[in-house]
Design a protein around this ligand. Structure first.
Ligand code: HEC
Ligand code: HEC
Length: 471
């Protein structure tokens, strides 16, 4: 029972919320002793504590990067070519951030080269892991593709993971071995079960990762500017999370149902551990199963940690960064009329239609990554602000189970609506089965907008739905 507090991070990390402009960082204390990894001498909590303020992310040669709690910084003017539209398509073709590489069909486990090309990295993303590769002891699936494939590799899917815990003095506490109840294991006795006392429980369905390289390339200040334009009653929360590959430097989160990660490399490490049970330099400790932990040497876990030396994590990140954004369906006059209504009634305040990525050569992710020409200065249409809102659907499970994060228990990231037409199970739990149902479930910060939606004529509602079905 060593890891009680921190395992929530299962695709969830972050310690401070940016509640107002570049606001102060709130440190959380843990009262429970956590195991230190023999690999890097750090506890999970230490790794998950974001360091420093939010950086203004700019290309070199412009004003100096400022890490400025409290300072409101104007957008920098730098002569740039006009931004161009990002590439789109569900076609397993690179967006140019990496080469396409050898024919996909010619790649096998004998000749695959991590990071060589889009096709090589896709092969690794699709690879089915076995015990000898480090799979388990607990896991949810054997390959990234099992949960991220629909139309093309990297799409969303119906696979949902299960999280649970309970309230203690009004605050969320993880289930015994972390908030994710992994549904599979390498031995029957290791399969995790929900505890009766865990009264807070939810499903979280697999999200889309196509186009996420562009999302990673959005500068911090762009997300904060979107937030600052929102009316007070609907204003989103920017979450400050650690970029693990940059020694946990803080950045605005944008990936996952709670925007719990800011970098694709950090998310890949988190997913490799929490979905597949494979440790890596960023996540070197195995998850326990119930009260059983797998501190080496363990007969249940024959492979030494870290099971991946970091090469697979890099290949996953390179793959995701090279995917095109989801493409649109046919845009008919009805769709255009529906989009106009979507904007007038206020859906677009949260579901932001267009965002421009940071200029090429901008250093992001705490200095760990530089925006390449294929991803820089591109216009995307994700229909999300990547901020958290309380729309009355919160699942009760915060990013981390601490007092500082209590507010995130009932907040969710504005679900990006691109690729919506490829999904038939909606909302974080996948338990809304029609668009009408998903819309009617919004309350809280979206209440006013939903009242307006209900006030539309039947014909207008049909137009709005036609628009959503074109995404
Ligand atoms: C068992 C299913 C499953 C597997 C396997 C899986 N994922 Fe996921 N993935 C999910 C779910 C569920 C979410 C949303 C989790 C959340 O936010 O709580 C997600 C979210 C993500 C996101 C965030 C995307 C966004 O913008 O919201 C990324 C990136 C990601 N996964 C990468 C990976 C990689 C890389 C692998 C392989 C190492 C992987 N996943 C394996 C289920 C899975
Ligand atoms: C205050 C911000 C806000 C407003 C306004 C808002 N939404 Fe949302 N929307 C969200 C959030 C947050 C979620 C994710 C909720 C969840 O999963 O529990 C979401 C989810 C959705 C989903 C489900 C997407 C998916 O991938 O499952 C649809 C569809 C949607 N919204 C459409 C709309 C429409 C149409 C309107 C206007 C009538 C609207 N939203 C207004 C914040 C907002």
């Amino acid at each position: 029972m060593k890891i009680t507090v921190a395992t929530c991070l299962a695709i969830g990390a972050g310690i401070a919320i940016v509640a107002s402009v570049y606001s102060t960082q709130v440190q959380s204390e843990s009262t429970v002793a956590e195991p230190v990894s023999p690999f890097d001498g750090k506890t999970r909590r230490q790794r998950l504590t974001p360091k420093g303020g939010i950086e203004i992310e700019r290309p070199p040669g412009t004003a100096p990067a400022i890490t400025a709690p409290g300072a409101r910084t104007p957008e920098v003017a730098r002569p740039q070519a006009a931004p161009i539209e990002a590439l789109t398509g569900f076609d397993n073709v690179t967006n140019g951030a990496s080469d396409q590489g050898p024919a996909f069909e010619s790649i096998n486990s004998g000749n695959v080269k991590a990071r060589q090309s889009f096709n090589d990295n896709r092969f690794i993303f699709e690879e089915v892991e076995q015990i000898a590769d480090g799979l388990g002891p607990t896991y949810n699936a054997q390959s990234c593709r099992e949960c991220h494939q629909n139309v093309a590799t990297g799409g969303a899917s119906q696979v949902a993971e299960h999280r649970s815990g309970h309230l203690q003095d009004g605050q969320f506490v993880n289930s015994l071995s972390g908030s994710i109840v992994q549904s599979r294991a390498t031995y029957p006795e290791l399969v995790e079960h929900m505890y009766v006392e865990d009264s807070v429980t939810t499903l979280r369905i697999s999200t889309n990762i196509l186009g996420d390289g562009y999302v990673e390339a959005i500068a911090n200040q762009t997300l904060l500017a979107i937030r600052d334009r929102q009316p007070a009653a609907m204003r989103g929360t920017a979450v400050m999370v650690p970029v693990l590959e940059a020694d946990s430097k803080a950045r605005i989160g944008r990936f996952g149902w709670k925007s719990q990660h800011a970098s694709l490399e950090s998310f890949a490490g988190d997913a490799y551990l929490n979905e597949m049970g494979i440790t890596s330099p960023l996540f070197p400790q195995e998850n326990p199963s119930g009260d059983r932990d797998f501190t080496p040497p363990s007969a249940y876990d024959p492979v030494a940690d870290p099971e991946d030396d970091g090469e697979d994590i890099h290949a996953f990140a390179d793959f995701m960064r090279s995917t095109k954004a989801p493409s649109r369906g046919p845009i008919t006059p009805e769709v255009t009329a529906g989009e106009a209504l979507f904007t007038t009634i206020g859906c677009a305040i949260c579901h932001t239609p267009s965002i421009t990525t940071a200029p090429t050569h901008t250093s992001i992710n705490g200095g760990a990554y530089t925006v390449p020409p294929a991803l820089g200065n591109k216009v995307i249409h994700p229909y999300s602000d990547y901020l958290l809102h309380d729309v009355g659907t919160g699942d009760g499970i915060p990013i981390l189970p601490t007092a500082e994060f209590a507010a995130t228990a009932n907040q969710m990231r504005t679900a990006p609506l691109w690729a919506l037409r490829t999904r038939n199970r909606l909302m974080h739990d996948g338990l809304s089965f029609t668009l009408q149902e998903a819309i009617q479930r919004h309350a809280g910060q979206a209440a006013g907008v939903i009242t307006q939606y209900k006030g539309l004529s039947a014909a207008q509602q049909t137009q709005l739905i036609a628009f959503l079905n074109s995404l």
